[in-house]
Structure formats: C-alpha cells, structure tokens
Design a protein around this ligand. Structure first.
Ligand SMILES: [Zn+2]
Length: 760
C-alpha cells in the first residue's frame, strides 16, 4: 500500500503548503505590526511547538519587542534590550540560531556564550514552563529585522533540523513583512507616507505636488489624483493610516443626519471642511479633511454638545459633496423628519378642531410622506416596506427589511394611517374604497436617475385597519460570480459546469436565499456575444444587457411553462426559468437540457440531495434526469460580521464542541483546528457603521452537488438521499453547515447566523 501512504504524505504536504501560502499572504496584507502579531495562531499551526514569539527590532530604541495577542496571554508587550544577555538578543546580534534542549540548564546555555542567561521571569509571570527553545534570526538580506522563537516541542524531546528548516520557511516572508512595516512606520509619519512606502509616488513627485498645491491654492489630495493619477482608494488608505481613523468617500446613497446638520450653518461647514455624516444614539461620526486640527475638533465639540464624536477623514471635494447633498436633503426636499414634524403639528390642530378626518390622501403632506418613505427605503437598501397601523390610539409603525431583518424606520400619528395607505393605493392603481379584502398592485416610482418598481400587497387587519407591505424591486446589476462567497472548490466547479453547452443546473433554497442573484451572476459570467440567452422571470429584478428577459404573467396565461415552450422556438443557447414551480415546467426544462440547451432554474428545496428526490417525485424519468443534471447548488444567506468592529475572542469548549458536532466530528478533526488557548473565533462588537448590530452585509453559504458517474447511477436507481449525500461528500461536497462552519472559522460570520439558516 505504499502508494496510498505517498498520497497521504503528499496531501499532508499540500495542506501544509496551502496554509503556509495563506499565512504569507496574510502577513503581506497585514496593515500593521499588530496585524502580523495577530497571526499568532495561524503561524503556530505551521510549527511543531506549544508556543512561539516573534520579535521585531526597534532600531531607534535598540530593543527587540513583541506584542502578545490578548487571547494568548495577559502579558501584552514584551521589550528586550539588544545585547548578548538574552537569548533573543544574542541571536539578533550574532545572526546565529540557538537550539536548546532545556532552557533552564545553565551549563547548556553557557556553552553557547559564557555571559548568556535564560530569563525565566516571563515564565513566572505567565505560569508557562519553557523547556526546549529554538531561536532563529529574522533576516532581510544582511541585516537582522527580528527574532523568531519556538517554545517546547510538541512531538519529541528536542527541536530538530527539520524544525529549523520549517522555521526558516516562515522567517523569510516574515522578514519581508517586518521590513515593510519598519519602512512604513518611518515614512508614515506624514500624510502621504503610505503612498511613498507603497511606491505609488516618488518623494520628488510628492514635493512637486505639494509646491503646486500651495501655489494654486488647491489641496494636495486633488493634485495627487488629477495630475499624478493616484487612485482615491490609495489616497484614502494613506490618510486613514496617518489619521488612524476610517476614510469615507462620497456616496450619494448615504442618508445624512439632517436633524443634526440643520442646527449647523452650511456656510461654516463649507469653509471648514467638516460635516456630521452619521448619528446613532449618543455617537456622531464627523467627516473632516484634517482630524488632527485641534482647533477644529474643539469647535466640533462645542457645536455638538452631549455627543460622543468619532472622526473619519475625507478629501475636501467629497466633504463638499456631502454638504451640498445635505442642502438638497434638508427642508425644501422633505426629509422624513420634517414631514413627520408637520404631521405632528397638524395633528394637534386637528384635535383642537375636533374634526375626524379632515386630512385625506390628496393632502400634500401625505403625498410627500409617501414619496419620502419610498426614497428612504431605496437609499437604505431595504427590500420591503411594512406599514403597520395599531388603531386610532397608537402610532402607526413603518418598518424596513434590510439585509434580511426588519428595523423600525418611523412612527407616524395614527390619523395619517388611512390617508397614507389611500395615497399608496392610488399610486398602485388600486381600489381606494375597498378596505375589507386583500389587494395586490404595483407602483412605478421615478427617482432622479432610475425607476424603482414596488409590488404592493394589502391585507385587512384587526380594528378595521389595513396593513401594507411594499416589496422594492430596484432594477440592479448582476453581482460578479467571484463575489458570491463561493469557496474555492465550489467556484471552480460551478464555473466549469456553466460553461458546458447543455445540461440542467439548479439553484435551490427557501425564499430570500439569494437564488435569483446567483443565477444572474452565472448568466453574467457566460453572457457573451456568441450566446443567445432567454430568461423568464417573476419579477425581472436584475437586468443585464445581452439577455432577452421576459416577465411571466400567469393571469394572462404567460406561465413559466408557456414561456419555456416559446423559447425553444427562438433559437436559444441558454435558458433561465425563474422557478420550476410545477411538473410541466420541470419536464420541459429537462427535455430542453438534453436537446442541446443549457437550462438554469431554481427550486424551493432545502438541500441539493433533497432536490433530486423532489424532482424524481415529480415523475421525471430518472434516466433522462440523470443525463440532464449537471449540478445542484443549495444556498442560504448569512449576515457578515461588521469589518469595522470585528474582534477575535476565545470561545468556550462547549462552543467549540458545538462547531465540531455541526460540522461532523470526524471531518472537523481533519481541518486541523484543535481546541487550545490559541483557538479564536470572531464577533462584531457593534459600532456606528453597523448600527451597533455587529453585522453588515450578507454572504452566501453553499452546497454544490455535481453529477458524477456514481451520482448518476444513484439517481437512475432512485437511491436514497442519505446515499447521495455520502457519495457527494466522498467527491468533495461540503454541506451548507460545513461551508458555514468554515466561514465561521475564517471570521466571516458567526455560529448564530449559520445555525439560524442551516441547522434544523
Ligand atoms: Zn460594526
């Protein structure tokens, strides 16, 4: 069985190389020394040691220092003088490695150099007991930039030559990363240091730009972008590094805290280049061109009393854009706060008048209110608007669904509930007098640059009220296939099957799991002039040039099946059917896919293998179906941890066990993430950027079943779903939970999110 052994050795080696490669990438991407120190766990996994230390040389102070990530130890920063008294110091000065069997054996230590002593004080502080100690210099060319230390060999009595070789594999890229940060920290002491350090611009060019800026009285940032073609993102990174705060660009969709801005003079903001751009609870984020300008910061504090101020840096042109857009968002253009203000004063007058319903749906305030709700929903990326009346006595609540969760948007006085719903009914061309039956309609709403379509549903509720839900169908662009969050295997295999000339590909999951988005990404990937692509959708939410898109209308007989039959006479290469709702659509789809067309569709099933069983239950011929099927992608959406406030934490053993159980204990062990003090997961603390939820945006978790020969045979023999799953796993399938668990380990999402969507 030698070949199998060779195979495992090779696989092992491959896994190791992959991890090493990932760690090197992470080192290069780290934005600071702390970023590198925080790779502690990842690096420790690559060596056979219980602990390790990475020291950087501080040239100015002639010291070696390291910072121990908080989840490893309480020690924090360690500094050693650069002399031959400590082992790390000795290695840094002599450039020689030192390999000790017992650090406490003074005889062994003195053999290396008579004045050398092992300093056991750290052991005392931490309760750790150092035995074996391997120390190697981190060199860059001829010069030393740091020292790398391994403590206590896990398997064996002493560190071997192989350990030393392994350490050297890590030390090389570490040296490069350290050197970059040493250079960076020297250069970053100026606003544009990052650009210099990254070789985006030379010192001469920068000097010229600064002189020119001074002469022409324009800011240097603008000159760097216009004349020297520096990308805004690079400029932002440089400013962000220098000011140690986020860089925020102009985004026309951002909702500004108009209530706060109203209290400030726009002229003044204009002259001083700052503006509050976010206000949550008692925290305000102020965007400023120079957050280190203390006199400006003092004024900000005076003008925004009782608020905690956080700063963000922006370029002047963007700040002016925000100020201009706040001007257009304030009074004359009706921000919701103003309208509600008007509603409240009118309400008081109403009561005094003792009139019951003097306001009607044609009232200008009501019209403005209805419009503003739609505009805000669109700007806040809401998928649905919920209008929920609570009778006469309580306010009517309006909620938006954003990233899958409902959030309260506004409360409006109860007397406006009927006029508002009436107004929206008129916009949707519905019967305004009908209040006892459900109704459905559609609103086409023009925003400055695009049209938003809303599907309106009304349901009569208790107390003679009506609830209204509006689904926002903003026509949008397809997401590139690479940005769906597919793991490496799934992305590669999915790209592979969608390039096939014919066959059936299904994307499955419950409502709101992003199936249509995924199919459109796939279509975007294969949408080339040499292919004719027809789609039947309900509704058409994403439009792409090159696709011929049909909106199905079951009411007049244009069903999915009818559209599909029609497409076959229209010389298609690729057909997308929004949903395989019935046996007829499924049967025609399969037929079309074995007669030379690539057919994409979705199905409302929970997992990939369950889909096979469901389709066979629909009376499809198992042989034809097995031939047609290329792959089934099951998916769910999970919320992503907010990147701005993400932090590592050391989970309890129970949580770890739960992860392992969810993943499947056997498979989990193979991932090589043992539970020890170095094991960390991530969570979002909550910050102004994510509305203090700790989450921002969503990402897919996936399960891709490919139709291999063995899977085909199982389908033909109507195999059970358990058999299909086992075979699929053998061929590399990761289940939804497994993919989710990997995304938890990678700090993209958390246990709660994955459990909510993928565990029953
Ligand atoms: Zn956050």
């Amino acid at each position: 069985m030698w070949h199998e052994d060779t195979l495992t050795v090779l696989q092992e080696k491959h896994r190791y190389d992959k991890k090493l490669y990932d760690v090197i990438n992470a080192m290069n991407e780290a934005k600071s020394f702390d970023g590198i120190f925080n790779l502690y766990n990842e690096i420790l996994m690559l060596v056979d040691a219980e602990r390790m230390s990475m020291y950087v040389l501080d040239y100015d102070k002639k010291e070696l220092y390291t910072r121990v990530p908080a989840h490893i130890d309480v020690v924090g920063e360690i500094r050693l003088p650069l002399n031959e008294n400590s082992i790390a110091g000795y290695v840094a000065l002599t450039h020689k490695s030192v390999n000790l069997v017992n650090a406490y054996n003074q005889e062994e230590v003195a053999r290396i150099s008579p004045s050398l002593v092992f300093d056991g004080s750290w052991d005392k502080k931490t309760g750790f007991r150092t035995r074996q100690l391997l120390t190697v210099p981190i060199l860059h060319g001829e010069s030393v930039v740091g020292v790398f230390q391994l403590l206590n060999k896990k398997h064996g009595k002493r560190f071997t030559e192989e350990d030393e070789e392994n350490a050297n594999l890590i030390v090389k890229p570490l040296g490069i990363a350290f050197l970059n940060h040493i250079l960076l920290s020297q250069k970053q002491r100026t606003k544009f240091g990052y650009l210099l350090a990254q070789n985006k611009i030379t010192q001469e060019e920068l000097n010229a730009a600064i002189t020119e800026a001074r002469k022409s009285k324009i800011d240097t940032e603008s000159i760097l972008m216009d004349r020297y073609k520096i990308a805004k993102a690079d400029l932002g990174a440089s400013l962000s590094a220098f000011y140690n705060c986020p860089f925020i660009e102009f985004d026309p969709a951002r909702i500004l805290p108009c209530d706060l801005i109203k209290t400030l003079k726009l002229d003044y903001l204009h002259k001083n280049f700052w503006i509050p751009i976010q206000h949550e609870g008692d925290t305000v984020v102020v965007l400023m061109d120079d957050p280190y300008a203390l006199h400006k910061c003092d004024i900000v504090k005076d003008l925004l009393p009782h608020l905690k101020v956080q700063y963000a840096v922006g370029i002047r042109a963007d700040i002016l854009c925000y100020i201009a857009s706040s001007a257009s968002q304030t009074p004359n253009k009706d921000p919701i706060g103003d309208i509600i203000g008007v509603l409240k004063t009118e309400e008081v007058e109403e009561k005094e008048d003792d009139a019951t319903t003097r306001v009607n749906e044609n009232d200008s305030t009501v019209t403005r209110l209805a419009n503003q709700i739609i505009i805000d929903a669109y700007k806040q990326r809401a998928s649905d608007i919920h209008i929920e009346p609570y009778g006469v006595r309580a306010d009517t609540v309006i909620r938006f669904r954003i990233d899958g969760s409902c959030v309260e948007y506004q409360k409006i006085p109860s007397m406006y509930r009927r006029p508002l719903i009436g107004r929206l009914k008129i916009m949707a061309k519905l019967n305004i007098a009908e209040r006892r039956l459900p109704q459905d309609g559609k609103i086409r709403f023009r925003l400055q640059d695009r049209e938003v379509e809303l599907r309106v549903s009304i349901m009569p509720t208790a107390r003679g009220d009506e609830d209204m839900v509006l689904r926002v169908l903003a026509s949008s662009e397809p997401v590139p296939i690479e940005q769906l969050g597919l793991n490496e295997r799934n992305l590669k295999e999915l790209k592979n099957i969608v390039e096939k000339p014919y066959g059936l590909i299904l994307c499955v999951g419950p409502t709101g799991s992003g199936k249509t988005t995924t199919l459109h990404s796939v279509l975007g990937y294969i949408n080339k002039p040499d292919k004719k692509i027809w789609t039947a959708e309900d509704p058409v939410e994403i439009t792409q040039r090159g696709l011929r898109q049909v909106q199905v209308q079951p009411k007049i007989g244009l069903t999915f099946a009818a559209a599909l039959r029609g497409f076959l006479r229209l010389d298609p290469d690729v057909i997308m059917v929004g949903e395989m709702r019935d046996q007829e659509t499924a049967a025609i789809s399969v037929e079309a896919s074995i007669t030379g067309h690539l057919v994409l569709s979705t199905l409302h099933t929970n997992s990939s293998v369950e889909t096979v069983i469901r389709l066979l239950d629909m009376d499809l011929d198992p042989f034809t179906f097995a031939d047609a099927m290329l792959g089934i992608l099951a998916q769910r959406l999970v919320k992503k941890i907010c990147q701005e406030c993400k932090e590592p934490y050391h989970p309890s053993r129970d949580q770890y066990d739960e992860l392992a159980r969810n993943y499947g204990e056997e498979g989990f062990e193979k991932l090589g993430v043992p539970y020890n003090e170095a094991f960390v997961l991530y969570r979002g603390k909550g910050c102004a950027v994510c509305n203090y939820t700790g989450y921002r945006g969503r990402i897919g978790i996936h399960e891709l079943l490919l139709t291999s020969d063995r899977i085909k045979r199982l389908i033909q023999s109507k195999g059970r779903s358990a058999e299909l799953l086992i075979q699929g796993k053998e061929e590399g399938l990761t289940t939804l939970v497994q993919d989710g668990t990997l995304k938890i380990l990678n700090g993209i999402t958390d246990i709660k999110q994955v459990q909510a969507v993928a565990i029953r």
